[in-house]
Structures are given as C-alpha cells and as structure tokens.
Design a binder for this molecule. Structure first.
Ligand SMILES: [Zn+2]
Length: 195
C-alpha cells in the first residue's frame, strides 16, 4: 500500500446475509482512518463506523470517503474483511481496451492460482468486474452491488485499484495476493504478445 492509499476494514458483527440471504440492514465495522500511512498503522489508526460509513465513536479520526464502498460490500456479500489497494498492475490493466481482452471485466481461466480464490480446480473461467472510477462515492456504492459476483471476491475500479474481500482478514489478504498475481500474469502475457 503505497503512500496513504487504500483502506482496510473488518466487520464487527456477523454478516446478516449469511443467515438470511438478504442484504444486511445494520452493522458496524472498523476501518483505517483517512490519511494514515498504511506501512505504519497501529490500532489507534482504525475507527468504528456504522452501516452508512459515519463514525460510531467519538474521536478526531475521519473515515475515508471510500468507506461507503466497504459498507456496500458488507451489505451484499458474506465478507468479514474488505481490503482496498491501489496496485500498479490492477490500475494499468483496467486502463486497457478490448484488444487486450479488457472490457467490463478481466477474464481468467486455466490457472492453478485460481484455486486461491476458493475454486476446487484450475478449470474455471472467472470475470473480475471493472467499474468506471468516480469521485462520487455515494454513486459508486450504489452501483457496486450490481457488479458483485459472490464467486469472485473482488471488484476493480478503473484507473484506481481493487477491492478484495474474504470471510476473515487472512482470506481477504490471500485474495488480494491472488488477484495481484493474476493481474501481473496478464500484464506480462500482453507484453510477451507485443514483442
Ligand atoms: Zn482508493
């Protein structure tokens, strides 16, 4: 996580969607405060927020505007942790066009590392959705659920970075790493094809 980019969050409550299949109506989560260097985080750099991304405790820490996207993901998935990172490969790849196989998402198939996303075999085809970036986080949070595919625990914001989630902090971290492997693989594959 370069500079102060990205944000990490963890759900405090059990995901309601797991029991009911319906979007959760109320929960709280801890999220990194805006403007913190992610290489130097301590427990004092996280704040508790409610389902609408508003602080649920007194203090001087401010939630990032991107908190709303974390909330949207918690509402519509069984995630217990959401990690948002601005990586070079996800950013670079999301800016490519259909000639590079990039349109509304990026497809991957036949790779052993796909098993790191929870698939039992490499013989699957997945599409990691891409959403057009916007500074209007309310808008992004309102459209994100229609892009979410419960089988693929990630969303790309074009020219911005990736959101990845999991049922634990460890799983969310693993998914970030797997996505980053896939993006790097595709960037290198496209470079090889051009040479
Ligand atoms: Zn971001």
């Amino acid at each position: 996580m370069l500079g102060t980019s990205g944000n990490l969050s963890i759900l405090i409550d059990e995901p309601a969607i797991r029991q009911t299949g319906e979007p959760a109506k109320n929960f709280q989560f801890l999220i990194t405060a805006s403007g913190k260097d992610k290489g130097e985080l301590t427990e004092d750099d996280f704040l508790l927020v409610d389902i609408n991304g508003n602080p649920a405790e007194n203090g001087s820490l401010k939630p990032s505007a991107e908190t709303l996207l974390h909330s949207a993901i918690y509402k519509h998935t069984s995630a217990k942790a959401v990690f948002h990172v601005h990586t070079t490969n996800s950013t670079l790849l999301s800016m490519q066009n259909t000639e590079c196989g990039v349109q509304n998402g990026i497809e991957f198939s036949g790779l052993e590392m796909l098993k790191g996303l929870g698939f039992k075999t490499h013989e699957v085809k997945i599409n990691i959705p891409i959403i057009e970036n916007s500074q209007d986080m309310k808008y992004l949070a309102s459209i994100a659920p229609s892009y979410i595919n419960e089988d693929v625990p990630g969303l790309i914001l074009k020219g911005h970075g990736i959101y990845a989630w999991g049922k634990s902090v460890q799983e969310a971290k693993r998914h970030v790493e797997i996505f980053e492997f896939l993006f790097e693989y595709r960037v290198k594959e496209l470079t090889l094809r051009k040479n």
